[in-house]
Design a protein around this ligand. Structure first.
Ligand SMILES: *Cc1c(COP(=O)(O)O)cnc(C)c1O
Length: 378
């Protein structure tokens, strides 16, 4: 019996697909550029330990994370050798640990640089840092107009060594004209030998001139395409494979007559006699309540609409078109069940959110076990 036979609701992650996605990224950026694998948020819900382990078997240069805890997990897993960039501002009480563990912090102000310089001095260390330039994101970084003078000041601090400079695009998946301007602003400021990087997944696909010295894909590592791919869409969907499948099971099947209502608030009333399956998965498992009356799930390879509100532990779907639906049958909520496939981007559209949040939401739940395939490199 397969272990997943025991589960009501689970995630399968194909690590071989992630390694293939790295190869597809490498093909696009060429042999010379560095690849920083973005593994924040538990590797976009895929599991940081397992994903980082798989990525260490590829030709990536290093990792990028959002929190110190994530950085330490990667450090522990891979030993001292791997460059680990921490996005976002480190908190004051995190600086000692960062320095001790040789995590590369992002510096976004002269004040933060001074503070780190002092901590580095106390450790008798010279700390490699990347400086972020704000070209329009408005989250952190040196505002680009002030950047030349401030960068100069940071570079004079004796215990810091600025090794990289980067910017982050706010709308590379929505507005390429604005993104091109931000890139131009950034490249005017950033000169070799600093490692210059800007491209998230959307820029990586849509704007090859943004590849610079290194790229920082998250989404594409996991095989998810950004919302805007333009001319790249067909080739990209061929090159990248989603690594995560979210599954559950049929728990109950019933026939209802026209006029019967389904679920809380009675927002769905059967327009005709229907066969309704109750699936063993709800918003507590990461199947968002925003999917009420809007999502589809795959049963027997067919798309079946969610009817009524998603509840905490169960969701009802219309399986009238599927023959022979029984309790225990596997249901795909996200991923492929031939010949159909539901992508994170499609599910995000139903829920009024973005693919990133869909992925993080599923495995936030302690109730959803993750199973791994492709653990060993071929
Ligand atoms: C999350 C993040 C990325 C990766 O973005 P994707 O769109 O998932 O490729 C890159 N850079 C920064 C600064 C980020 O915060």
């Amino acid at each position: 019996m397969q272990p997943q036979s025991y589960y009501r609701c689970w995630v399968e992650v194909d690590l071989a697909a992630i390694r293939r996605n790295v190869a597809a990224l490498r093909h696009r950026i060429g042999p010379a550029r560095k690849l920083l694998a973005v593994v924040k948020a538990d590797a976009y819900g895929h599991g940081l330990t397992q994903v980082a382990g798989a990525l260490m078997q590829t030709d990536i240069h290093g990792f990028a994370v959002a929190t110190l805890a994530e950085a330490l997990t990667v450090r522990q897993l891979g030993g001292a050798g791997w460059p680990i960039l921490l996005f976002g501002a480190a908190l004051p009480f995190e600086l000692d640990k960062l320095v001790e563990q040789s995590i590369i912090p992002t510096i976004g102000s002269v004040a933060a640089a001074r503070e780190l310089d002092q901590v580095a001095a106390a450790h008798n260390r010279r700390v490699a840092v990347h400086v972020e330039i704000d070209t329009g994101m408005g989250r952190m970084g040196l505002w680009h107009e002030d950047a030349p003078a401030q960068l100069h000041e940071i570079q004079t601090l004796p215990h810091l060594r600025v090794t990289g400079l980067y910017t982050h695009f706010p709308s590379a998946d929505e507005n390429l004209d604005v993104t091109r301007q931000e890139l131009a602003t950034f490249t005017r400021l950033a000169e070799p030998p600093l490692l210059r990087h800007a491209a998230n997944s959307a820029a990586l696909l849509n704007l090859p001139e943004s590849h610079l010295d290194a790229v920082r894909p998250g989404l594409l590592l996991y095989g998810i395409l950004p919302a805007l791919c333009g001319d790249n869409a067909a080739a990209a969907s061929h090159d990248f494979t989603p690594a995560l499948t979210f599954k559950s099971r049929v728990a109950f099947v019933k026939d209802v007559s026209a006029g019967r209502s389904i679920s809380y608030g009675q927002t769905f009333v059967a327009p005709r006699p229907m066969r309704i399956a109750t699936i063993a998965c709800g918003y507590a498992d990461g199947f968002s309540r925003h999917l009420s009356n809007s999502a589809e799930v795959l049963v027997g390879g067919a798309r079946c609409p969610v009817v009524g509100r998603v509840t905490m532990d169960q969701v009802m779907v219309d399986v009238s078109r599927v023959a022979d639906v029984r309790s225990g049958m596997e249901v795909v909520l996200l991923g492929r069940q031939d010949p159909e496939e539901i992508t994170a981007t499609e599910m995000a559209g139903w829920a009024g959110t973005i693919a990133w949040e869909v992925l993080c939401g599923i495995t936030k739940s302690a109730r959803v076990p993750r199973l791994y395939r492709g653990t060993a490199a071929a």
